[in-house]
Design a protein. Structure first.
Length: 443
């Protein structure tokens, strides 16, 4: 009997588990969900009584190996920094691996061994990365097949809140891993603009954010990681502009830039936390300024000095969440506070937007802009749009792997047409649809 192990049952897990529960269990395939939180597992067992659950600390390598043994596939929903250790165990035991996270150099280094063992480690199979890849590749295929020549590609994705929901001045709440939210962008970003390579270091990344209008709505965008490796992945090595970025509502980028510039997302040093300290108490002592001057101090780094940016920082300073640490890094303290202040309430949900903007020339030399938009709102605080768009691609890929419909081996991404075409078609049938518009570019 085949068996799947899902590591993690947090924010992105529900739709993945639900799909596999409905479509895989009936084939005689067992599913085990492992998590360090017994409360999370109780919720899983309540919704899916046929799913096995086990309390597991994934940092315990021996226990992790014991639970991977005998499985044919591991789906890792753990933080990205833990995937490599999971991958090493899967490689040693001989088990396929599936993750929604970016493929890093550590995982790439395993490619030859994974290939030699006839295994598949499929990565970047969520929303961003994931649906962004498969939808972009499908559009690029269509344009190439019709003889068009692409000269500019931009793609932006954001996990947001519904546009009519304004719960705080940041206009933001947590719909995905808060650890990753706080540490986003720490490696800076690289892209290509007008044939020139542009580098944005972390301390300038959010301050360089630009504005983008989508259907009459106003957004901020900042560059996401290194876009250049995707030039070859998307078969666009010679385009003049290639950008992958992240969407936020204003004034998120302005206010977040102030936090980054002040070292408040630093995760490398732990500082003693005084008893009954709020985030503002901790930060005031860390920066050596009086609490009443904290907003002014942070705003000194603002690129725009807007009243909206000031209001967002004031919101954080006024938080009365007491830090539950003896020692904490600035990033840990910020994350702890935001997990309360940015938590989705029971009557709230989220929204994801993914947009591709592709400029191309037709056979007659006329220029066009293809705009492709996915705009999806979650069902509730639990069944979020983020969970759906991360979980369903994973589940569909898992189903294909179990049924031996993915023949590629090694450490791979979903850039193979045999993978992305059927998964995108299934997602479309499930209501995860893009709206495409084409407009003429006047020169």
């Amino acid at each position: 009997m085949s068996a799947i192990l899902i590591l993690g049952s947090g924010k992105s897990a529900w739709f993945c588990i639900n799909y596999l529960h409905e479509n895989i269990v009936s084939l005689g395939i067992t599913i085990t969900v492992a998590d360090a939180s017994n409360d999370n597992l109780k919720a899983v067992k309540s919704d899916f009584p046929n799913i096995h659950t086990i309390v597991l600390n994934a940092t315990d390598q021996e226990a992790l190996a014991e639970n991977i043994l005998g499985k044919v596939l591991v789906i890792s929903l753990l933080p990205a920094i833990m995937h490599y250790s999971v991958a090493k165990i899967c490689l040693h035991i001989g088990v396929n691996l599936l993750t929604p996270s970016y493929l890093n150099d550590d995982l790439k280094s395993l490619n030859e061994e994974v290939f030699d063992k006839n295994l598949c480690f499929l990565n970047e199979m969520g929303l961003d990365p994931g649906i962004d890849h498969i939808s972009a590749l499908s559009l690029i295929d269509h344009l190439n097949e019709n003889g068009h020549s692409i000269y500019s590609f931009e793609s932006y994705c954001g996990g947001l809140i519904p546009k009519d929901l304004k719960p705080n001045p940041f206009r933001y709440k947590l719909s995905w891993n808060p650890y990753n939210v706080v540490r986003a962008g720490k490696d800076g970003a690289v892209c290509r603009i007008d044939k020139h390579t542009r580098f944005y270091p972390y301390h300038k990344l959010f301050g360089s954010g630009e504005f983008l209008d989508i259907g009459g709505e106003h957004f901020e965008v900042y560059n996401n990681r290194n876009s250049l490796p995707y030039l070859d992945l998307y078969h666009l090595p010679n385009v003049s502009t290639f950008v992958r970025g992240t969407l936020r509502y204003p004034p998120f980028c302005e206010a977040w830039h102030c936090l980054v510039s002040s070292g408040l997302t630093n995760d490398y040093q732990k500082i003693r936390v005084k008893q009954n300290s709020t985030w503002a108490d901790f930060t005031s002592e860390l920066l050596g300024v009086a609490k009443e001057n904290l907003v002014d101090t942070l705003m000194q780094n603002s690129p725009r000095k807007s009243k909206e940016g000031r209001a967002a920082l004031q919101f954080l300073v006024e938080s009365v969440v007491f830090l539950d640490f003896d020692l904490a890094s600035p990033a840990e303290a910020l994350q702890f506070m935001l997990e309360t202040e940015w938590k989705l309430n029971d009557d709230e949900s989220d929204r994801i937007i993914l947009i591709h903007k592709i400029k191309y020339t037709d056979k007659a030399g006329l220029k066009y802009l293809l705009t492709s938009v996915l705009d999806l709102t979650g069902e509730d605080y639990h069944k979020t749009a983020m969970a759906k768009t991360v979980g369903l691609p994973l589940a569909l890929a898992a189903e294909m792997m179990i049924l031996n419909l993915i023949t590629e081996k090694g450490v791979i991404m979903p850039n193979h047409k045999s993978i992305y075409k059927p998964i995108l078609e299934r997602l479309n049938a499930m209501g995860i649809n893009f709206t495409d518009t084409v407009s003429t570019i006047l020169v």
